[in-house]
Ligand binder design. Structure first.
Ligand code: C2E
Ligand code: MG
Ligand code: MG
Ligand code: MG
Length: 275
């Protein structure tokens, strides 16, 4: 029995482990060609103000796999990060997002929309990240202040690193930065002091419990008050009910995103939602 012949043997012959490794290897091979074969799709989730007017959207990636169908980012983003594939994928997302922003600028009804794009810390760590963004802005001729970059908290981020300098340089061009999933990382408050941020995005785990859990309500209220004191914008993600929105509004939150307004949608459907 493989299990009794030692740890290495266990890893090699455990059929479940073997299946998982094969699954991952298959997915990785498929992901390698996904960008070139146009299998990566940008979905758009609407963001609204306190009057429930649309002012922008977040781009959320989907993978239309030829056999598996629509694959969610939770199934492939971490694999893309491990393999480095997030670099070409992330570049593609940024370029596509800016092309979309440019297209929206051409029409009266979509002219003022802003767009949030998630980037991985690995993208920001590239030496030429600032140049990549500048090139994309130049090619697409997008107004940089329409672009918001969402970052998730990570240990790699400290104020002395090149990353903070890169962010500052991009912020001086007009690009905005949001800290995504705010409140879930253990060094959130350190980041507030060290990074050039424009917005905090309250994690949906707090928003989801705001009605029933007094502790989460207190935390959300504190985040909103702190953001105001630090002159940062704040947006709540994962808003699913009118009741949640009311409480958030009472606490002073002015921007909202969640299934209450819409799920992330393909471009055509997103346009339908706007009109
Ligand atoms: P995120 O940036 O925090 O995005 C919000 C996630 O919450 C999205 O999941 C969205 O579909 C989901 N969501 C929005 N409203 C609600 C709601 O009311 N209730 C619930 N339960 N969920 C809601 P999604 O699209 O599966 O994306 C998951 C994560 O994958 C994102 O979390 C982001 O970290 C990552 N991701 C997505 N697209 C990209 C990308 O282009 N690049 C990178 N680096 N990461 C991406
Ligand atoms: Mg995000
Ligand atoms: Mg988030
Ligand atoms: Mg998240």
């Amino acid at each position: 029995h493989a299990k009794q012949t030692g740890r290495d043997a266990y890893c090699l012959f455990d059929p479940q482990m073997q299946a998982m490794i094969e699954h991952k290897a298959g997915l990785e091979a498929d992901l390698r060609v996904a960008v070139n074969q146009n299998q990566l799709l940008l979905y758009y989730q609407i963001q609204v103000d306190a009057e429930q007017r649309a002012y922008g959207a977040e781009v959320l990636l989907r993978w239309l796999h030829p056999e598996r169908g629509l694959v969610q980012p939770t199934q492939f983003i971490s694999l893309a990060e491990e393999t480095g594939l997030i670099l070409p994928i992330g570049h593609y997302v940024l370029m596509s997002a800016c092309q979309q922003l440019k297209a929206w600028e051409q029409s009266e009804s979509t002219r003022d929309l802003v767009l949030s794009v998630n980037i991985s810390i690995r993208q920001l760590c590239q030496d030429d990240f600032v140049k990549q963004i500048k090139d994309i802005l130049e090619v697409t001729q997008v107004n940089p202040s329409k672009l918001k970059i969402e970052l998730t908290e990570s240990l790699v981020m400290d104020g002395t690193s090149d990353n903070a300098k890169k962010m500052l340089e991009l912020q001086q061009l007009g690009i905005h930065f949001a800290m995504d999933d705010f409140g879930t990382g253990y060094s959130s408050l350190v980041h507030l002091k060290r990074l050039p941020l424009n917005q905090l995005k309250i994690d949906r785990s707090f928003v989801g419990n705001i009605v029933n859990n007094p502790n989460d309500a207190v935390i959300v209220r504190a985040i909103i008050a702190m953001a105001a004191a630090l002159d940062l914008e704040v947006i709540a993600e994962g808003v699913e009910s009118q009741e949640q929105m009311e409480i958030l509004r009472q606490y002073g939150c002015k921007a909202f995103q969640g299934y209450l307004f819409s799920r992330p949608l393909p471009l055509e459907e997103f346009h339908g939602l706007l009109h």
